[in-house]
Write a protein that binds this ligand. Structure first.
Ligand SMILES: C[S@@+](CC[C@H](N)C(=O)[O-])C[C@H]1O[C@@H](n2cnc3c(N)ncnc32)[C@H](O)[C@@H]1O
Length: 308
């Protein structure tokens, strides 16, 4: 049953009543009503609500944990990248490089809350931000991280094929750039990139890995998304080979840090982890791992992804 705000309330337990207060920012039991058009939705109010959720998140222990974990991952990516860049310079003096990288822990990146200077943030699959409270919280998290990492609009990207025109404008107003085409997760990462793929289908991760299938680009990527470990453990191998072959191949070379489950809504950030691909691990993989590199093919039915 839809309430006066047009949300459909999903009852979580037997006999529980829908929450009467629709303004309560801490209910995650609301589901977007797809019958509503942009005209029916007060996008100004949506923006205000997302700001409130961002602020609520920023005060949480959950957020403090995620931010600390992410800083550590990004620092590792930055250090490895810097070391790789230096090593590839013909005139590099190895001792200087080692000293430089060791010094990063203390002094560099210069302000210790920044990402690697040219890092981008890409968010796929957050869902309908005008009515879905899970999407709103997830967007709130990206906004909080973006602020703490001081990322500009031209380095912060969003895409979900379900975004309405009003939602796209709302996201631009919130200083995100909308990716103009459906990339299906196939985004090349010659520079460091932080991906947020909350509860997205395996095909996204699989496409992203396939598209960057060499140590020098994979090591640029940090992913906040569904735990690879859980995907591999919970999916029968035959199915995983169809929709997540590259997840399966890379898992043993992946550094995975579970996202804190301290958040008070169990359905917003559950089953998520931060993943990155340390170069020193990738370079231990056999050459054949990188050579077998066929493009993934999915059937629309299996892949949990809207294809372009
Ligand atoms: C399982 S839902 C997750 C929604 C929300 N993030 C959550 O945690 O409930 C997967 C999301 O991926 C989006 N999606 C599907 N294909 C996509 C594509 N090609 N690019 C970006 N997002 C896509 C869907 O529209 C949907 O919002």
């Amino acid at each position: 049953m839809a309430d006066s705000d047009g949300f459909i309330v999903v009852k979580k337990g037997k006999g529980r009543r829908p929450r009467p207060n629709r303004d309560c920012v801490s209910s995650s039991t609301e589901v977007f009503d797809r019958n509503k058009s942009d005209h029916d939705i007060d996008l100004g109010r949506v923006k205000e609500k997302i700001h409130l959720l961002r602020d609520e998140l920023k005060c949480s222990e959950f957020y403090t944990n995620v931010l600390d974990q992410l800083k550590q991952c990004c620092l590792t990516v930055y250090q490895e990248r810097k070391k790789q860049d230096s090593e590839s310079r013909c005139d590099a003096d190895l001792e200087d490089v080692e000293r430089d990288v060791a010094g990063l822990c203390l002094n560099d990146p210069p302000k210790n809350t920044t990402l690697p200077p040219d890092m981008e943030c890409i968010c796929y699959g957050v869902g309908n931000i005008s009515g879905n409270i899970i999407a709103q919280y997830q967007l709130g998290l990206v906004m909080a991280l973006r602020e703490d990492f001081k990322l500009d609009q031209d380095r912060c990207f969003m895409f979900d094929p379900v975004f309405t025109e009003g939602e796209k404008q709302t996201l631009r107003d919130l200083h995100f750039s909308i990716i103009p085409v459906n990339e299906e997760g196939k985004r090349r990462c010659p520079r460091p990139a932080l991906f947020f793929l909350p509860h997205c289908g395996k095909a996204f991760y699989n496409n992203l890995l396939w598209c960057n299938w060499q140590p020098q680009t994979l090591c640029n990527i940090v992913i906040i998304g569904n735990s690879f470990k859980a995907m591999v453990e919970r999916t029968p191998e035959r199915l995983l080979k169809e929709t997540g072959l590259y997840i399966m191949k890379i898992q043993e070379y992946t550094a995975e840090i579970p996202v804190s489950q301290a958040f008070h809504h169990s359905d917003v950030f559950n089953d998520m982890a931060i993943h990155y691909f340390p170069l020193h691990r990738l370079t231990t993989a056999p050459r054949e791992l990188w050579e077998a590199h066929d493009a993934p093919v999915y059937s629309q039915h299996d892949a949990e992804i809207i294809l372009s």
